[in-house]
Design a protein around this ligand. Sequence first.
Ligand code: ZN
Length: 291
Amino acid sequence: MRQTRSLPQRLWPVLCTALLILTCGLPQLASAQQWQAVQGNVLVIELPAADKHLQVRAFGKSWPWKQIDGQHIRSWIGVDLKAKPGNHKLLVRGDAGEQLHQVQVIAGDFRISRIKVEKKMAEFDAATLKRIRADQAAIKGTYAMQVEGNPDISIAAEPTEGIVSTPFGAQRYVNGEPRSPHSGLDIAAPEGTPIITPLAGRVLLAESMYLNGNTVVVGHGNGLVMVYSHMNTLKVKKGDWLEAGARIGEVGMTGRATGPHLHWGVRFNQARINPASLLTAQGNAASNSTQ
Ligand SMILES: [Zn+2]
């Protein structure tokens, strides 16, 4: 009698361990995660995945990723300035199936910026308007251009030394009239201050424009494009390859500018990105498991 009772008792710890592995160990591989990102920021995520043919999808687009060890990937996702606050799906699709996660978009706390300029820089005749629209179309055309590049888009320093005069996302009023939100970062610095490319890339555009002044657009691959405006002169030309750290030009006040400054714009897969978020891109990889 004693023996028949003690046999199940000895098996109990083994059964318990097996149950723990089954309930806690295995499902974690496919657990849903949730990340938070403020409008206009680049979100860096890390996930368990070992497929060679992965697709990371969010906001209706595919985002670059790279394998960081045998079992994890890192991916970069651009949250547009006007992405709707709330929850958005993040889908990781691979040979082994699909994982569904979530990105919670937090509304940005954007400032109001008022500038006063000469009438000819605020009210335009038909010919000037035509030129402004052509300038804007030329810049927009570069956002979809293909360039080879590394998916790691975090950068170590801003392209020029100065102080932020207009932050990203600021609601603009020009001579009292509301305009589109500021889609870049303005860095005020003395005329002639060097502007350095933080990443290697191809010059996609180098033109003199009505409002943007001397403008250079550099493509870095994986849909990442940086725009530099109001430079004093054009020092590079379309097609040039720039290594990281190369000089793009110098700070100026060409086009519509109330003082010498660099307008630094970043687009990532067309999303309007706060350039400052690239500086801290590695730091916001924290995630919460929601299972
Ligand atoms: Zn600006």
